[in-house]
Design a protein around this ligand. Structure first.
Ligand code: ARG
Length: 458
C-alpha cells in the first residue's frame, strides 16, 4: 500500500480484484490533457499563495509538459498502483521532478475537485467538436433542400399519404430539429463550463486560493458557488447524456424515414454504396445498415442516460465513488453521438433521390383538402366543404374513375351547385404546395425563409 497515494493509514493489501474493480485509469486516461492542464493552472494559483516558489513552479510545469508528450507519444508507462489518471500523472511527475516538489502539487486540492474539473474540461472540448459536426450536417440538409427544391413527394401522417409536400420541406424539418439540438447544446456547454477547482475535498479551500484566477485561466465561464456542489454535482453529465439521447432520437426518426423511403415499395431514395452493405446469402441485397445503426444506437444512448441517473439518484451529498460510473457511459455516448452525426452527414451527402418515384406516389385524393379549401374561398364554411369534398372522393370511387380530378363539372355540380369551371385548377400538386406560403409551410418561399432562419442560427 506504499504505492498508493492514500496508503498512509492502511496496513493490509488491497484485494487484486478490488484493485481492478476500483481502477478507472483504463478509461479515464483519455482525459490526460485536461488533468495536466488543470494541474498546470492550479499550481500557478498555489504560486500566488507562496505555497510554491518560482523554481518549484517551473519544475512542475516542465514535468507536466514531459508527461503530456509521453501520453501523446504512447510512451507513458502505467504502473501497478496507478488507480486513475490523477494518481498516474502525479506519480509520474514525482519521478521526473522529484517528490520533494511534486509532493506540494496537491496542497488544498482533492481528487474530488480535480476529477470534476477534468471531466468538465474534457466534455467541453468534446461538445465543441460535436457542435461543428452538427452544424456541418445541418448545412448539408439545407444545401440539398435548396438544390432539390423542385421535387415533390407525399407527406404522411400515420404513415398514410396525407398531403403533397416538397422534398426540401422534409429536409427542412430535420434541419429544424437539429438546429434546436444545436441551440440546446450551446446552453448545455455554458452549464458544463463552470469551475469546481478550489473546492477541495468538499469543504472549500483552506489557503484562500484564487478561484476566479483558476477559472479564467482554464477558460471557464463561471465558478460553482458551493463546494459541496462543486465536488458532488454530475448534472452536467446527466444533461450531456440527455442531450445526446434527444439528438439520437432525432437521428433515429430521420433514419427510419429514410429506411422506409429506400424500400423497393417506396423507391424514393437510394443509399450510396459507401453506406450500404450486402447480404452473405442473397446476392441481390443492398441493405441500409448505416441507417439501421443510427436508429439502433439511439436506444443505447438513452440506456446510458437512464443507467447513470439510477447510479446517482441515491448518492448522499458530495463525492461518492458511485460518481466514477459517470465516465464509461459518458465517453461512449460522446463517441456514439459524434460518429452518428458523421454517418448521418455522409448518408445525406451521398444518397440519390428518384424524383419520378416520389412524384409518382402523389395521388389525387391527397388534394381532397385543397378541394374543400376551394369552396372555402367561395365563402362556404370549412365543416361543410370538408363534407362536400368527402362526397367527391366517394363519388369518384363509386364511378370507378381514377381520381377526383376525373369527375366532370356536371358531376361536381350534382354534388354541390357552387362548383364552377375553375375547380379544375385544384388538381395540381405544384399549386397545392405553393398555396402553403404562411411561415412554416411547404411553399418554396416559406421553405427558403426557414432555411434562412436556420442558417442564421448556425
Ligand atoms: N477516479 C475517481 C473518479 O473518477 C477520482 C476521484 C476519486 N476520489 C476519491 N476520493 N476517491 O471519480
Amino acid at each position: 500500500s506504499k504505492l498508493k497515494l492514500w496508503g498512509g493509514r492502511f496496513t493490509g493489501a488491497t484485494d487484486p480484484l478490488m484493485n481492478l474493480y476500483n481502477a478507472s485509469l483504463p478509461y479515464d486516461k483519455k482525459m490526460y490533457e485536461a488533468d495536466l492542464e488543470g494541474t498546470r493552472v492550479y499550481t500557478a494559483a498555489l504560486r500566488k499563495l507562496d505555497i510554491l516558489n518560482d523554481h518549484e513552479l517551473s519544475e512542475i510545469h516542465r514535468g507536466l509538459e514531459e508527461i503530456k508528450k509521453e501520453w501523446a507519444a504512447g510512451t507513458f508507462k502505467e504502473e501497478e498502483g496507478d488507480e486513475d489518471i490523477h494518481t498516474a500523472n502525479e506519480r509520474r511527475l514525482g519521478e521526473i521532478i522529484g517528490r520533494d516538489i511534486s509532493g506540494k502539487v496537491h496542497t488544498g486540492r482533492s481528487r474530488n475537485d480535480q476529477v470534476a474539473t477534468d471531466m468538465r474540461l474534457y466534455v467541453r472540448k468534446e461538445l465543441g467538436e460535436i457542435r461543428n459536426l452538427l452544424a456541418d450536417f445541418i448545412k448539408v440538409l439545407i444545401n440539398r433542400g435548396k438544390t432539390e427544391m423542385d421535387v415533390l413527394m407525399p407527406g404522411y401522417t400515420h404513415l398514410q399519404r396525407a398531403q403533397p409536400i416538397r422534398w426540401a420541406h422534409w429536409l427542412s424539418s430535420y434541419a429544424t430539429y437539429f438546429t434546436s439540438d444545436l441551440q440546446r447544446l450551446d446552453q448545455l456547454i455554458e452549464r458544463v463550463n463552470m469551475s469546481p477547482l478550489g473546492c477541495g475535498a468538499l469543504a472549500g479551500h483552506p489557503f484562500g486560493i484564487d478561484r476566479e484566477y483558476i477559472a479564467t485561466e482554464l477558460g471557464f465561464g463561471g465558478i460553482i458557488g458551493n463546494s459541496l456542489v462543486g465536488v458532488g454535482d454530475r448534472d452536467f453529465v446527466t444533461e450531456t447524456l440527455f442531450w445526446g439521447s434527444l439528438l439520437m432520437n432525432h437521428i433515429s426518426r430521420f433514419a427510419e424515414d429514410l429506411i422506409i423511403y429506400s424500400t423497393a415499395e417506396f423507391g424514393f431514395i437510394q443509399l450510396a454504396d459507401a453506406y450500404s452493405t450486402g447480404s452473405s446469402l442473397m446476392p441481390q441485397k443492398k441493405n441500409p445498415d448505416s441507417l439501421e445503426l443510427l436508429r439502433g444506437k439511439s436506444g443505447r444512448a438513452f440506456g446510458q442516460l437512464a443507467g447513470f441517473m439510477m447510479s446517482v439518484k441515491s448518492t448522499p451529498s458530495t463525492y461518492n465513488k458511485d460518481l466514477q460510473e459517470d465516465k464509461e457511459p459518458l465517453f461512449d455516448n460522446l463517441t456514439t453521438v459524434s460518429h452518428s452525426i458523421q454517418i448521418a452527414t455522409g448518408v445525406m451527402s451521398t444518397l440519390s433521390i428518384n424524383k419520378e418515384k416520389m412524384e409518382g406516389a402523389l395521388t389525387m385524393d391527397m388534394l381532397a383538402t385543397d378541394l374543400a379549401d376551394y369552396l372555402v374561398r367561395k365563402g362556404v364554411p370549412f365543416r361543410e366543404t370538408h363534407h362536400i369534398s368527402g362526397e367527391a372522393v366517394r363519388t369518384a370511387e363509386e364511378l370507378k374513375v381514377s381520381g377526383i380530378d376525373k369527375l366532370t363539372l356536371e358531376q361536381y355540380k350534382k354534388i354541390d351547385e357552387r362548383f364552377e369551371e375553375d375547380v379544375a385548377k385544384v388538381f395540381d400538386f405544384e399549386q397545392s404546395v405553393e398555396r402553403r406560403t404562411a411561415i412554416g409551410g411547404t411553399a418554396k418561399s416559406a421553405i427558403l425563409q426557414q432555411f434562412d432562419a436556420l442558417e442564421k442560427a448556425l
